[in-house]
Design a protein around this ligand. Structure first.
Ligand SMILES: Cc1cc2nc3c(=O)[nH]c(=O)nc-3n(C[C@H](O)[C@H](O)[C@H](O)COP(=O)(O)O)c2cc1C
Length: 199
């Protein structure tokens, strides 16, 4: 059993999403003590954005790549290998300006690779990252779930499904900046859901 935890908050300390992810992972590891854990922090170790240089490197046959191109492709290869080996993926998605963190988008751009993590066949699209249980922890200052401003979950469900990850559970901690007891209630609700998932 391999667990991959992807932290994407820009806050190195005290990020709610990373803390909730830690709690979920701790619960999952209590269930399966032999589980191996890989934590990738996309803010501490930012992945380069997909740009034209990367696109050209990726579309150049491996044996014709320059050392720089090979190096760039290797960075994406490492992320792909991590997700291929994971049985459980714990993804954090804090809301920034009504979307996922740019760092998380860079990770998605890295792992979405034709003929490796998805392919088109005569029967249509096939996602190749199969048989994974995915948990997405969404944090937000306001409240968005169930409304059209929750574009994060729609996007993540679509792109993860495209890659073959169809078993996705969302855990929300919202209203964290709304004052009063909103923060406490949101964290409590998320903790209760996490405790049930890891029971
Ligand atoms: C740059 C920035 C942009 C934000 N944009 C939004 C937003 O569009 N909607 C919202 O509800 N909260 C927004 N927030 C609040 C965060 O979602 C909230 O602080 C959340 O706790 C961040 O997750 P973290 O604690 O895991 O870092 C924003 C926060 C920051 C720092």
């Amino acid at each position: 059993m391999n667990i991959l935890q992807i932290n994407s908050s820009i806050r190195a300390e005290n990020a709610y999403s990373s803390r909730l992810a830690d709690n979920l992972v701790a619960g999952l590891r209590r269930q399966t003590p032999a589980a191996q854990l890989v934590v990738r922090d996309l803010a501490k170790t930012p992945h380069p954005f997909l740009d034209e240089t990367a696109l050209i490197a990726l579309s150049t046959p491996a044996e014709q790549r320059t050392p720089e191109q090979a190096q760039r492709v290797a960075l994406d290869d490492a992320l792909i290998a991590e997700i291929q080996h994971a049985d459980i993926v714990v993804l954090t998605a804090p809301m920034y300006n009504f979307g996922i963190p740019a760092q998380l988008k860079a990770w998605i751009d890295a792992i979405a690779r034709a003929k490796v993590t998805f392919q088109y066949t005569e029967n249509g699209l096939e996602g190749l990252l199969k048989n994974k249980q995915v948990y997405v922890i969404q944090t937000a200052g306001g409240k968005h779930s169930g409304t059209e401003t929750d574009s994060q979950s729609t996007y993540l469900r679509t792109v993860l499904g495209f890659l073959g990850m169809t078993d996705v559970t969302f855990i929300y901690a919202e209203g964290l900046a709304m004052g009063g007891d909103a923060e406490q209630l949101a964290l409590q609700a998320a903790a209760t859901q996490i405790a049930a998932l890891a029971a």
